[in-house]
Design a protein around this ligand. Structure first.
Ligand SMILES: [Zn+2]
Length: 318
């Protein structure tokens, strides 16, 4: 977690505890002391806004509500990976526009879940290229009508199947797909110059993960994806995680990927043993508060049930 400690907060405001003047000063740090347009300071009075944290190069993360967003931002270029929900995306857009009012070079979705794509609609008309894995787009098309969200859905215009590279200013952004994991459409997004990889929801840092079997999740292959990522990238790579447990960071190293792979392996093994004993899913949920040999992965009963349901479903597929 050393790398995370080196990161520094460049913007944080909470309108309920900060006076407007303090907020303007704080926002000015990011904005190069330009004036905040009226709308931009009115918005956080309605919605508590999030935090932009610089990582390295020109890459930052934005955290508010939903999956972690990564941004590349220079006066000439901008890239956004994932969009949380519309209100959060609008808060982020206000911050981005302070430095760069040009259209985004790239909008990327790591996968289709609403806490990563719900804010896409806020970027409508502002994006040169919008990319996701082909399965991610298919999933988004499938779930939007189910949730009666078709009018508020912005689908990626470009898809890929294995690898896809875009040059953006001095940065090279490559998307990698290594098969099904958290869903069947998860991209790893590598900012090659900054050596930062957004893992999307392939990483729940010490938090019980959502395993979306209805969208083709595959726990065994997920373990392989994490192992492969540790080999594919290097010791200096900084990873961004979709989510983290309380007290844990949404960025980290290959050691955190190793811990996640270990958790998934232990969860599969735990389910296998229980199934052999004849435990029903309900029996197992009732007796589980944490997972053997991976107790740092925490969650409530709903979280335990979600993991064990997916584990049982996968064991039945085998
Ligand atoms: Zn997800």
């Amino acid at each position: 977690m050393l790398l995370q400690r080196q990161a520094f907060v460049i913007h944080r405001f909470n309108p309920f505890v900060m006076k407007r003047r303090t907020f303007l000063q704080s926002a000015g740090m990011l904005a190069g002391a330009t004036l905040i347009p009226q709308q931009a300071w009115l918005r956080p009075l309605l919605f508590p806004a999030g935090q932009m944290t610089a990582l390295r190069g020109n890459v930052s993360i934005y955290t508010e509500r939903g999956g972690t967003i990564a941004c590349l931002l220079t006066p000439e270029h901008s890239v956004v990976v994932d969009t949380q929900f519309p209100d959060q995306a609008n808060n982020l857009i206000s911050l981005l526009k302070e430095q760069n009012a040009k259209p985004l070079d790239l909008l990327i979705n790591t996968h289709h879940h609403g806490d990563h794509t719900g804010g896409n609609i806020a970027f409508k008309g502002m994006v040169t290229k919008h990319i996701a894995h082909a399965n991610s787009k298919t999933n988004q098309e499938r779930v939007a009508p189910e949730r009666e969200q078709m009018d508020n859905t912005l689908l990626p215009g470009t898809t890929y199947t294995e690898h896809h590279t875009e040059k953006v200013g001095d940065e090279t952004v490559t998307l990698h797909y290594h098969g099904a994991g958290h869903t069947n459409g998860d991209s790893l997004v590598h900012f090659e110059e900054a050596n930062i990889v957004h893992m999307g929801d392939l990483m729940f840092n010490r938090r019980l993960p959502y395993i979306d079997k209805s969208s083709g999740a595959d726990i065994s292959n997920w373990i392989d994806i994490l192992r492969h990522a540790r080999r594919q990238f290097d010791k200096d790579t900084l990873f961004v995680f979709g989510h983290a447990g309380e007290g844990y960071e949404v960025t980290g190293t290959g050691d955190d990927l190793k811990a996640m792979a270990h958790f998934l392996k232990m969860a599969l093994r735990y389910g296998k043993k229980a199934k052999k004993r004849g435990d029903s899913l309900e029996d197992l949920v009732a007796k589980t508060t944490s997972f053997p040999r991976a107790p740092e992965f925490k969650g409530n009963e709903r979280g335990v049930r979600r993991v064990l349901s997916a584990v049982y479903a996968e064991l039945e597929e085998a």
